[in-house]
Design a protein around this ligand. Structure first.
Ligand code: MLT
Ligand code: MN
Length: 301
């Protein structure tokens, strides 16, 4: 299996358009230790010819042009992109679908709850249903993907997309299929997990991840309250449906007991100091065996 990180940033990317925080200023200034990240998306392929996207980020047009294996190379209108898998209905996971209009055939694979979000929003009808197939994927069931890969989607603790939260109400964090993880397996049995949003590590999820060849996992925040502390937001990571890296309930502690071959952080928010190659936090995650995902990173399994 071949995989490529098209974007390693969380919603908003790095730098975020309206952020004047020091890290974003460093990224804008071209500081080599503050490499920009587009919004999270990964491309996977079992045969090197046909590619499947894991989430369609708002930066997809730029990501296709930055990765030559995703550009058209056969007839006048064509694409190596055969399918898109969605792990949720957040803007950073689905807005890139709008980039894929122009009557180009491909298939969207997603859990029923996520497809329902597309179905009620008429803007997604630009992906004409006679050309772009919407394929509901039952949780925990094996589905064949183009290019020699098998997909399994599974529920992880999460919440409804931000724009579907009810004003004045705290959204429930539940394993109800609004947020899912994706496991992609090739015909040689190599497994890659993509979990860009996860509110907590559960025993079921830990068991599922054991022995994986690669795990690309939610690296949104370092501290649960880092956005509040930095004066750039009012929400904790938990409130946003993301577990944080640090702390006793954090991702770093959780993975200490889960043997996986490669651990890679993805969906990192612009407030997360791991994005800075010269930070103590970056050094700490590296020392704990993690890679900090970056745009253009290739993973060969
Ligand atoms: C998230 O990952 O929490 C969401 O992408 C937030 C958002 O939709 O802005
Ligand atoms: Mn997000």
């Amino acid at each position: 299996m071949l995989a490529a990180i098209l974007g390693a940033g969380a919603g908003g990317g790095f730098p975020q358009w309206n952020s004047n925080a020091p890290a974003c200023r460093r990224a804008r200034a071209g500081d080599p230790s503050a490499r920009p990240r587009t919004q999270a998306s990964v491309a996977v392929s079992g045969d090197g010819a046909s590619w499947v996207l894991l989430n369609a980020s708002p930066d997809l047009r730029q990501q296709i042009e930055a990765n030559d294996f995703l550009r058209p190379r056969t007839c006048l209108r064509s694409t190596p992109l055969a399918a898109v898998v969605l792990t949720g209905g957040d803007v950073d996971a689905i807005a890139g679908l709008l980039v894929l209009r122009e009557r180009q055939p491909f298939t969207i694979f997603a859990a029923p709850r996520v497809l329902a979000v597309l179905d009620v929003n008429p803007i997604f009808e630009v992906l004409a249903r006679d050309v772009v197939v919407r394929e509901p994927v039952e949780l925990d069931a094996d589905i064949r993907l183009p290019g020699g890969l098998t997909l399994q989607l599974f529920a992880v603790p999460g919440k409804v997309p931000l724009y579907l939260e009810r004003p004045g109400e705290l959204p429930a964090i539940a394993e109800d299929g609004n947020t899912v993880g994706a496991c992609v397996t090739d015909d040689a049995g190599k497994t890659l997990f993509f979990v860009p949003g996860c509110a907590a590590m559960t025993p079921t999820l830990a068991k599922r991840l054991r022995g994986a060849h690669a795990v690309l996992f939610d690296g949104t925040l370092w501290h649960d309250d880092e956005m509040i502390r930095a004066g750039i937001g009012q929400k904790t990571g938990r409130r946003m449906g993301h577990m944080s890296l640090d702390g006793p309930d954090g991702t770093l502690a959780a993975f200490a007991g889960i043997p996986v071959r490669r651990k890679i952080l993805i969906h990192m928010n612009n407030s997360n100091p791991v994005l800075l190659d010269d930070s103590a936090e970056h050094a700490q995650v590296r020392a704990m065996g993690w890679d900090v995902g970056y745009d253009g990173m290739r993973i060969e399994l």
